[in-house]
Design a protein around this ligand. Structure first.
Ligand code: MN
Length: 312
């Protein structure tokens, strides 16, 4: 454990550009739940192919997540719970409850619709991330995968679950399309984590503050690490959980708007109209929410593709 004392707000202000503070986003489609968005961030738009990172809760509300049917294209949604229970439905016919330490992975490809509804009377504490599909696979047929158990790593100082990709020579069975990783790590004590040198990484403090290479990281914040690191030193004040993401820098210019990822304004316009006109791309499915969320009006300005790396 660290004897560096408590982490204070001042020490982790925006002066440290590697720390991504969450911003609260009000989503009308998700009733009464606090959403903290980590990616995209003003300075860091993506980490590897990870282009989106939302943190939910923890909340005591029993109907915390009520997200009606909405579409996705060109990405994977990755759902991971720390507590609670969520029921997923989608247009490929899936109906799946997800609980903590399980993975729901939906590859949208050319287009899929889904809904999510929290079930548990326990608090909901979850993250949802998106990976951007590369050009070679972004128009693939949609698929859904559920993993009730994931490969585990046990060591003296930490336990880990390998959710996506490979970590310390342990590989998740989940389908990935670019070199990337996602791992939940429970730190029992201070630890030196070995990293894939060609990846950039993000370390998210799930439940308590910690120190990364001596820098304080507050709960709910994300620490960005550029590629080229072979290891990182983590110091904890008490046993705690972090969520590690990483990947080879993803350099394809993309347009990310609402729930769609495309490569041009024209593509996004087509995706927008396919959803709002109830195209056969999105077969109907039935759930208890019985809601269909229309795409908002297209912006007046033309959407421009971006590589997303705009370090401030
Ligand atoms: Mn979604």
């Amino acid at each position: 454990m660290s004897n560096l004392g408590s982490v204070n707000e001042e020490a982790s202000s925006d002066l440290d550009r590697n720390i991504l503070a969450p911003r609260q986003v009000k989503l009308t489609t998700r009733s009464a739940i606090e959403i903290n968005r980590l990616l995209p961030h003003k300075g860091i738009r993506r980490i590897g192919a990870w282009v989106f990172f939302d943190h939910f809760g923890p909340t005591e509300q029993t109907t915390a997540m009520q997200v009606g049917a909405h579409p996705h294209t060109g990405l994977q949604t990755v759902s991971w719970l720390f507590s609670g229970k969520v029921l997923h439905h989608d247009s490929v016919g899936s109906k799946q409850i997800i609980e903590p330490s399980q993975l729901n992975l939906m590859t949208a490809g050319q287009g899929v619709a889904h809904s999510e509804m929290s079930l548990s009377t326990h608090q909901l504490h979850a993250i949802q991330l998106w990976t951007c599909l590369p050009e070679s696979h972004r128009n693939t047929k949609p698929t859904f995968e559920h993993f009730a158990e994931l490969p585990a790593i046990h060591s003296a100082n930490f336990d880990a679950k390998v959710i996506m990709g490979r970590f310390l020579n342990v590989t998740s069975p989940a389908t990935i399309y670019t070199p990337l990783v996602a791992v939940e790590i429970t730190l029992k004590d201070d630890a030196l984590l070995q990293l894939e040198e060609t990846y950039e990484h993000g370390i998210f403090a799930v439940e308590s503050d910690l120190f990364i290479d001596g820098h304080p990281l507050l709960t709910g914040h994300l620490y960005y690490l550029e590629a080229g690191r072979k290891s990182i030193k983590l110091e904890v004040l008490k046993p705690t959980t972090i969520f590690l993401i990483g990947g080879e820098p993803f350099t394809e210019p993309i347009v990310m708007w609402w729930n769609f990822i495309g490569r041009s304004h024209e593509e996004i316009t087509e995706m927008h109209s396919a959803w709002n006109s109830q195209s056969s791309l999105y077969p109907e499915f039935h759930d208890e929410l019985n809601l269909r969320i229309p795409a908002p009006p297209m912006p007046a300005v033309s959407l421009k593709p971006s590589t997303g790396y705009i370090r401030l």
